[in-house]
Design a protein around this ligand. Structure first.
Ligand SMILES: N[C@@H](CCC(=O)N[C@@H](CS)C(=O)NCC(=O)O)C(=O)O
Length: 216
């Protein structure tokens, strides 16, 4: 049985959970794992991040690699199209969302913890994020799913990353960076009605409340 290790507030952990649930893959979860740069954790996850996957004593890190492994190992209910070019288009969209939007917006995530974000950081993020958003606008289909007619791995990424990007930019800039894409809200609402996404969102909210209560 595969085991996913991370915590339920992590968008990358939640992305893997959505894929597992959508595909109906049996799994175990250790939701008490936190990122760390300590040697004993780096043995498990060499970048010190979450999530990582355990499969019969072998560990895998990097959520997109984990999703590709799950696709290969559990071909039922595929989350990638068959056609090579269509598969590549799904991966292109995920790459834009993660590399050019989420990873850029992450530079102001200090706002979630009440940490000050410098004007320099804010300006550079604004500039870089604008490019990611431009690419996303050009590529996203919302027809009804982000890559077209089928639910794919790109929707697993969009479901977890778009809300965090919205919230972080609202807190850092007073304006949601996705606000002028009117398709995003109804799209996320539609995704949130899928049982897999609804469960992961509910678990994330509960974990967030628990973390807030523990911090008091
Ligand atoms: N590229 C990684 C990103 C994972 C990631 O950034 N996880 C965050 C939690 S949401 C983390 O572990 N942060 C701690 C750190 O970067 O040291 C993946 O796709 O798995």
């Amino acid at each position: 049985m595969i085991k996913i290790c991370g915590f339920r507030i992590s968008n990358y952990h939640n992305k893997v959970l959505i894929a597992l649930l959508e595909k109906g893959v049996p799994y175990e979860e250790d939701s008490g794992v936190r990122p760390s740069q300590k040697d004993e954790y780096l043995v498990k996850s060499p970048m010190g991040k979450v999530p990582y996957l355990e499969v019969d004593g072998t560990r895998l890190c990097e959520s997109e690699v984990i999703l590709e492994y799950i696709e290969d190992a559990y071909p039922q209910k595929p989350l990638l199209p068959k056609d090579p070019l269509a598969r590549a288009k799904v991966r292109e969209l995920t790459t834009v969302i993660e590399l050019h939007m989420e990873l850029v917006a992450r530079r102001v995530y200090g706002v979630f913890f009440g940490q000050p974000v410098s004007d320099g950081a804010k300006q550079s993020v604004e500039k870089d994020l604008a490019k990611g958003l431009r690419a996303f606008k050009a590529l996203a289909k919302f027809d009804p799913f982000v890559a077209g007619g089928e639910f794919t791995l790109a929707d697993c990424a969009a479901a977890v990353h778009l809300p965090v990007i919205s919230l972080a930019t609202r807190l850092a800039y007073g304006k949601d960076a996705l606000e002028d894409m009117p398709q995003v809200k109804p799209y996320l609402k539609m995704l949130g009605e899928r049982p897999a996404v609804a469960k992961v969102n509910a678990d994330r909210r509960a974990a967030t409340e628990a973390a807030k209560a523990a911090a008091k």
